[in-house]
Design a protein around this ligand. Structure first.
Ligand code: PEP
Ligand code: MG
Length: 567
């Protein structure tokens, strides 16, 4: 194990002689140039490996290094107060970062983390030290333990040498965790004071599935995990073999099993997973981590690439779900007092019609190149759906006039993620072709639980009877109108939840590509009539734990391999 020191080091002020000022300024410029060089290298590597969207964050970092206000103040401190470059840069960067960190706006607060990340790099250059140096000079595989790993450091980790990492800070949805997941590096984050308790050279066992780090594991533990690993390898082989097999239940019911993506760069993972196309393209990620909103041509190119890449399988393109914790600076004006109940998703699209039109035109044009379906996020009433549909019709008329091609028939779907939408699904079904259950938000909004808040995390229960009733209501309403229902929330990627969802009448599942093979494995061992009996029974249950236990029990009975490895 390698324990990296905390990056919040103590920086003392040193006074330099007035005649040393030019040299100190040159030292600063050299450090900035070297940092820029490193960042460009990281940007290119990340862009090649993960795509432009993920690499966008490093473009933002590069801009920090060119900020005239920040650099002007640093120069002034060196010139006028004769402070050394390390102290001057650290003081000014920290002042700017603290101001950003205090902002109400989530986007600005994220920029504070960027500034600290980048500031640390410049200081490392100036001081000639770097945790990254240690990481890049690794020769043997090890588990890395750090106070926090910045997204830029994480993106550069070599998965063959860094076989896992654990950090004091961070959450499941941080950029760092997302990068680790994409690289396939097991990680356990948010462990509090793990760097204080462990030392480099200690032995540790990191279990990314269980979210645990076992220091100095006993022979017995190592043996148990060794067996687990063997089962893992055997299961992974079975899962790979399923790639080209159909997603069909044991009693012959076909299910559409699709993948959730955030950018065209995810296409290889979709293919690798054996998914039938894309069930949720979260287009807002094309708008984040950058300084300019993508225009119609850029969006069209991205949607077309995904559409052609999946054809003839369908791609469900969700219109912008900005807001909540995803807001580009160009759109956000003031901090929202309660972003998840505020100006978000379709509410933004229907007020910023310029943005919405551009996106709709780009999606419509992409529809000429394969099978595209359109999905609106956060619909809470019929009027929103009608207003959005009216705009689609206007865009179609415009394109027709311009002689631009688009698909004659384009299915339109509504995300059911606000309880009111489930309750009026009967009305909504008249104006759309399908529903996609966003169980992540549906759970949060129904139970009034912020899923990012650790204090109430125990109340976040997708199997709460209220959620199950809302799903059942949605399916019944759809059935009455001859519509179909899918699930694209995290629940669809949880093998144990599949009997429950299928039993309730869901016919499409869309999950992160990594979960698709496991879901298919389970599906192919499940009988639909058993799942239906389960759903009928759980509709009588009065608490989340009972419902969860019932669906786990059936899932475990039909696909035990999946659970002995996961537990
Ligand atoms: C959901 O809410 O379940 C969903 C799929 O949307 P997102 O996770 O993008 O909010
Ligand atoms: Mg949602």
């Amino acid at each position: 194990m390698l324990v990296l020191g905390r990056t919040d080091r103590k920086i003392e002020r040193t006074t330099i002689a007035p005649e040393a000022v030019p040299d100190e300024l040159k030292r600063l410029n050299d450090a900035l140039a070297a940092t820029r060089q490193t960042l460009k290298g990281i940007h290119n590597r990340v862009a090649a490996a993960m795509g432009q969207t993920e690499a966008g964050i490093f473009e933002a970092h590069l801009l920090v290094l060119e900020d005239a206000n920040l650099l002007g103040e640093v120069h002034k401190l060196i010139r006028v107060q004769n402070t050394d470059a390390v102290y001057a840069f650290h003081t000014v960067a920290e002042k700017f970062a603290s101001a950003l960190a205090a902002a109400e706006d989530d986007y600005l607060r994220e920029r504070a983390a960027d500034l600290r990340d980048i500031g640390g790099r410049v200081i490392d250059q100036l001081m000639g030290v770097s945790g990254e140096d240690v990481l890049s000079s690794l020769t043997e595989p090890c588990v890395v333990v750090a106070h926090d790993l910045s997204p830029s450091t994480t993106a550069q980790l070599n998965p063959r040498l860094v076989v896992g990492f654990a950090t004091d800070q961070g959450g499941r949805t941080s950029h760092t965790a997302i990068m680790a997941r994409k690289l396939g590096i097991p990680a356990v984050v948010g462990l509090g004071d793990i760097t204080q308790r462990l030392h480099s050279g200690d032995y540790a066992l990191l279990d990314g599935h269980g979210g645990i780090l076992i220091s100095a594991p006993t022979d017995q533990t190592l043996f148990a995990y060794g067996q687990l690993q063997e089962r893992h390898v055997a299961l992974a082989k079975k899962l790979r073999e399923l790639r080209d097999q159909p997603a069909v239940t044991l009693d012959g019911q076909g299910v559409i099993l699709a993948a959730n993506i955030e950018s065209p760069a995810d296409l290889p993972a979709v293919r690798e997973s054996g998914a039938n196309g894309v069930g949720l393209f979260r287009t807002e990620f094309l708008f984040l981590n950058r300084h300019q909103i993508p225009d119609e041509e850029e969006q069209y190119a991205a949607y077309r690439q995904v559409t052609e890449g999946c054809a003839p399988d369908p791609v469900i393109i969700r219109t912008l779900d900005l807001g909540g914790d995803k807001m580009p600076a160009e759109i956000s004006l003031n901090g929202e007092p309660n972003p998840f109940l505020g100006w978000r998703a379709i509410r933004i699209s229907l007020t910023r019609r310029d943005l919405f039109r551009t996106q709709l035109r780009a999606i419509l044009r992409a529809s000429a190149h394969g099978t595209v379906k359109l999905l609106y996020p956060m619909i809470s009433c019929v009027e929103e759906l009608q207003a959005a549909n009216a705009l689609v019709e206007e865009c179609k008329a415009e394109l027709r006039q311009e002689g631009q091609a688009f698909a004659a028939k384009l299915e339109i779907g509504v995300m059911i993620e606000v309880p009111s939408a489930a309750l009026v699904a009967d009305h909504l079904a008249r104006y759309c072709d399908f529903f996609s259950l966003g169980t992540n938000d549906l759970t949060g909004y129904t139970l009034a639980v912020d899923r990012l808040n650790e204090r109430v995390a125990h109340l976040y229960a997708p199997t709460h009877p209220a959620i199950i009733k809302l799903i059942a209501l949605t399916v019944e309403a759809a059935r009455r109108h001859g519509r179909w229902v899918g699930v694209c929330g995290e629940m669809a990627g949880e093998p144990a939840m599949i009997p429950l969802l299928l039993g309730l009448g869901v016919t499409e599942l869309s999950a992160t590509p990594r979960s698709v093979p496991q879901v298919k494995f389970l599906l192919r061992r499940l009988k639909l009539n058993e799942a239906r009996a389960l759903a009928t029974a759980v509709l009588e249950c009065e608490n989340a734990a009972e419902i969860s236990a019932a669906t786990h029990q059936l899932a475990r009975a039909v696909a035990p391999d999946l659970f002995t490895v996961r537990d």
